[in-house]
Design a protein around this ligand. Sequence first.
Ligand SMILES: Cc1cc2nc3c(=O)[nH]c(=O)nc-3n(C[C@H](O)[C@H](O)[C@H](O)COP(=O)(O)OP(=O)(O)OC[C@H]3O[C@@H](n4cnc5c(N)ncnc54)[C@H](O)[C@@H]3O)c2cc1C
Ligand code: FES
Length: 264
Amino acid sequence: MCRNPYVPQISQVLDIHRETAVDWTFRLAWDAEPAAGQFFEVSLPGLGEAPISVSDFGPGYIEMTIRKVGRVTGGLFALAPGERLFLRGPYGCGFPLERFAGRHLVIAAGGTGVAPVKPVIKHFLSHGEGLAGLDVLIGFKSPHDILFRQEVLAWQSRAGVVLTVDHAEAGWTGPVGLVTQTIPDLPLPDKANVAAIVVGPPAMMKHTIAALQARGLQGDQIWVSYERRMSCGLGKCGHCKINDKYVCLEGPVFSFAQAQGLKD
Ligand SMILES: Cc1cc2nc3c(=O)[nH]c(=O)nc-3n(C[C@H](O)[C@H](O)[C@H](O)COP(=O)(O)OP(=O)(O)OC[C@H]3O[C@@H](n4cnc5c(N)ncnc54)[C@H](O)[C@@H]3O)c2cc1C
Ligand code: FES
């Protein structure tokens, strides 16, 4: 049967993993693979809908890593495995993985921004042979804020993967500082062949992009995900529209060259 993208489908919570006190990863039943960087509209009857990125997927499921901030996300945090919710999607354009083939890829992600890029990181850590080089720079505020702890620590054992925290706590032996501090020393011999993905809080994105530009990268070599307020996710309501662009349809992933033109 053909899926109507306007109609929410019933899904079941298969598992819940508490990453931090306010960020939980929900494994949800879903039978089709989304693209890395796409999002779904998640809804609960009586509470409403919220756009949420896919943080992982596999046979028969997708995962979403959700921060509890309000009405819908609060309702999701009240669910237990086995309970049901509704999903519409996947929506939007994800990361253009094919455009990174043969290039040196720098992925810089901070805080909850690690969620939408996690499928990209996993893809290239297992298919890195298609790249000229890979650097993964991941930052969290403190060790308590680390998402996907076991996976990130496993990734960290690979060359080119740096996990840093802004503020250390007792027992932390890793790097301390912002992800931007590693960028001036990254070996990038062929700058024209570098591509970068930057996703995180606005201040992190601003400074990381500036550091990459200082290394000679142009706006069309840098990709960002633009988590703008959305409602329908389908190009109908206009909530996400800036100038003539519907962020839900043409994004949320844009090159920085395109994103710079998206000013309210
Ligand atoms: C493409 C996209 C992908 C997203 N992916 C994720 C994700 O992977 N994980 C995740 O936790 N969140 C994600 N978000 C943000 C998420 O949609 C909002 O946090 C959610 O809609 C809040 O709904 P609520 O009903 O719980 O909060 P509300 O009760 O509506 O609001 C609570 C507070 O959050 C603020 N808020 C609400 N929506 C947004 C928003 N879109 N951006 C910034 N502030 C907002 C409100 O102003 C208010 O202060 C994404 C947003 C977009 C557009
Ligand atoms: S969210 Fe409705 S038009 Fe984009």
